[in-house]
Design a protein around this ligand. Sequence first.
Ligand SMILES: CCCCCCCC/C=C\CCCCCCCC(=O)N[C@@H](COP(=O)(O)O)[C@H](O)/C=C/CCCCCCCCCCCCC
Length: 216
Amino acid sequence: MADSVPEEKFSLKEVLITFQSCLTDNQEILTDSYVNGWRGLVRFMNSLGSIFSFISKDAVNKIQIMVTHQNGENGDKYETLQSMVKYELDNNLVDLQRRAEHPESGCRTLLRLHRALRWLELFLEKLRTSTEDSKTSVMCTDAYNDSLAQYHAWIIRKAATMAFCALPGRAAFFQTMNVGSTEQVVAMLGEAMPFISKVYEITEELYKQHNLLELP
Ligand SMILES: CCCCCCCC/C=C\CCCCCCCC(=O)N[C@@H](COP(=O)(O)O)[C@H](O)/C=C/CCCCCCCCCCCCC
């Protein structure tokens, strides 16, 4: 009989810590760690049920686009978000007005994940400061309405808001995170949040400097 391999326990702590490893000493953002952070988050979301699979599919698609760039012949230019922006802009690889020749540029794909990172930042802060009777669905919806929703069509907003209603309650949600007691979850969120905020701020500034915040 084949030996059974014990399934690795999934801990959200490790995923959130990945965002810490995105930052280089000179405040650049490593694409690989950024994409890995999202990969872990998607894995967590998949564990919440198939109602989230339409969100998961889109995120996986965007992760795959980034991986294809990283593994391509100019993969070294995608080492950091800063080098990616420079390379794609210098070589006219970004559709600036409308999606045309470069519908899957690293810059526009990363921008979608960057906007989602703002949702994550808001949601985590709400979770961190929540009380026993706070509802995850409400916190998630509020975070979404204050960030990503403005970029989504009505039908996506409706589907997303419906899916949020299926989120487990706060206690069960914390358990799924596999971090420990509520106090440990709160402490872990407090530790991870500054790095997520830093990654968000640096990316926002980079995109702002190059006028890339509204890429089609
Ligand atoms: C301690 C708490 C941990 C929370 C863990 C959350 C895990 C979340 C994992 C992944 C989030 C998915 C990120 C989705 C990226 C969406 C990018 C986007 O905006 N795409 C739209 C635009 O793309 P283009 O058409 O321009 O290429 C696309 O239209 C979107 C389609 C799918 C719907 C996206 C809804 C996003 C809701 C994000 C909240 C996820 C909630 C998860 C619940 C925990």
